[in-house]
Design a binder for this molecule. Structure first.
Ligand code: EPZ
Length: 431
């Protein structure tokens, strides 16, 4: 028997109380893409002119990035879903560790600061629970453009040798299609002298969104969204107004919430092309998908086991691996999920097993034997996507689950429980 203090401690941790056996209906609204908004905010450092970005999601990661920009002396105005940024005065180029730690996207400031001011000093973002998450490709790319880069005491210092303080266009083949490395090199190359190419580039929609905004600011980028990107360097960039694309991972999470509760739901706005691999897997496991312009209607049938391997875009996205596993743990039959992007992204399996899921893990491969019903339990997510997976599993489980790890969840989902409750769920947030 836990003593009173321990029990009261448990109940103090912020958590969601999620009622199981939920049925959803109506529409689930998708916010702007976190992994686009964050990098678009760093791109504002490339010009002295003001930029305005709309459809910004309300997330703690966005707050974190705003604080980092303010700390550098950037002018910044936020309203509910918009942000105006003017980086005409950047007081210093060294980001403080306490602001950067835990927000990997802060490392994306290195490219723009180097290109704009000729120097940058950014703490290494470090690993997280899903993997080591190195930035060696980001550094290799900056060096290819002529930067001098050192890594000492956990800080990456980049500068441009020589009197011009300008990077030189170069041709780079990435060792792996890293999203962050592609975005870092892209932002550094737009102000370089001459032409650059990035081969084996990441093709994620967020990379394309960044290139589209940079082109609106006067950059000359072609091929973004494909494996080879070409950048003609320009003298300077000007301001622009831009709207962030819808968050394909939030949209996929909502589709999976509908599937796991066997509910017919409409999800919008979405760009269906950003979800091709996910929609295919939803069809393969027994869901009917109807696409109408920028909305997707999902009609779940009997859910059967399927196999999934995560890949760089346009393959199946690693960020939906945990939420999809929640669905497949309630499918009829066996599923095999292989995680190819991160070396340690199976931590949600232990929490799923506490809810009665039958899953065996060998390295980065999980074999899931579907069970008829999960049972409610106190669970917590180790990263933002496994936290979302716990919420999905709890929606369908028998009983009321307690889901902890809200600090992870709130990084990537804006008011998840409010959106799900509007569609018929019964989730109480206890802060
Ligand atoms: C972005 O991270 C996203 N984050 C991640 O979303 C997403 O999972 C990932 O892309 C893959 O799609 C943001 O955009 C802020 P990577 P990023 O560099 O850029 C290896 C979420 O839940 N790699 O493409 O850090 C790396 O170790 C987050 O929203 C190297 O080996 O991803 C990883 O295994 C999680 N060397 C793989 O590539 C390098 O130099 C993918 O990393 C760089 C990366």
């Amino acid at each position: 028997m836990k003593n009173a203090v321990t029990v009261s401690q448990d109940f103090k941790k912020p958590h969601l109380e999620v009622s199981g056996d939920s049925r959803l209906s109506g529409e689930l609204r998708v916010s702007g893409a976190k992994n686009s908004a964050l990098v678009l905010m760093t791109a504002s450092l490339l010009t002295k002119s003001p930029i305005r970005v709309d459809n910004i999601p309300q997330l703690t990661d966005i707050d974190g990035m705003a604080n980092i920009l303010l700390e550098m002396g950037v002018k910044l105005n936020r309203s509910t879903n918009s942000i105006e940024i003017q980086a005409d005065e950047i007081h210093h180029v060294e980001l403080p560790y306490d602001l950067v730690h835990g927000l990997r996207a802060s490392f994306f400031c290195i490219g723009p600061l180097l290109a704009r001011l000729g120097k940058a000093k950014i703490p290494l973002p470090g690993g997280c629970r899903i993997g080591a998450r190195p930035v060696s490709e980001h550094i290799r790319g900056l060096k290819a453009l002529g930067a001098y880069v050192t890594v000492e005491h956990g800080v990456v210092t980049a500068s441009i040798p020589g009197p011009t303080k300008k990077l030189k266009g170069s041709h780079l083949v990435l060792d792996c299609p890293s999203v962050g490395a592609t975005e870092t090199v892209l932002m550094a190359a737009v102000l370089a002298q001459g032409r650059s190419t990035i081969e084996n580039a990441a093709q994620e929609p967020e990379v394309q969104d960044l290139a589209n905004m940079l082109n609106k600011m006067g950059a000359r980028i072609s091929g973004a969204g494909g494996p080879k990107i070409t950048i003609e360097g320009v003298e300077e960039l000007h301001g622009c107004n831009y709207k962030v694309i819808p968050d394909r991972i939030e949209a996929g999470t909502f589709l999976l919430a509908a599937a796991i509760t066997r509910s017919i739901v409409r999800v919008s706005p979405v760009i269906p092309d950003h979800l091709r691999a996910v929609l295919q897997k939803l069809r393969d496991c027994g869901c009917k998908i109807e696409i109408e312009n920028d909305s997707i209607k999902i009609i779940p049938g009997e859910i059967i086991g399927i196999d999934i391997t995560t890949q760089p875009f346009p393959g199946f996205p690693t960020d939906l691996q945990a939420p999809f596993m929640a669905l497949l743990s309630t499918a009829k039959g066996t599923s095999i999920i292989t995680e190819k992007i991160y070396e340690n992204r199976m931590q949600h399996v232990g929490e799923m097993q506490r809810m009665g899921a039958s899953i065996k893990v060998q390295g980065n491969t999980a074999v899931i034997e579907g069970v008829p019903k999960l049972s409610a339990a106190p669970v917590s997510g180790g990263d933002l996507r496994s936290s979302a997976a716990m919420v999905l599993a709890s929606l369908s489980a028998k009983g009321v689950s307690k889901v902890e790890g809200l600090h992870h969840l709130d990084r990537g989902y804006s008011a998840l429980e409010k959106k799900l409750n509007k569609a018929g769920a019964n989730i109480i947030r206890n802060n």
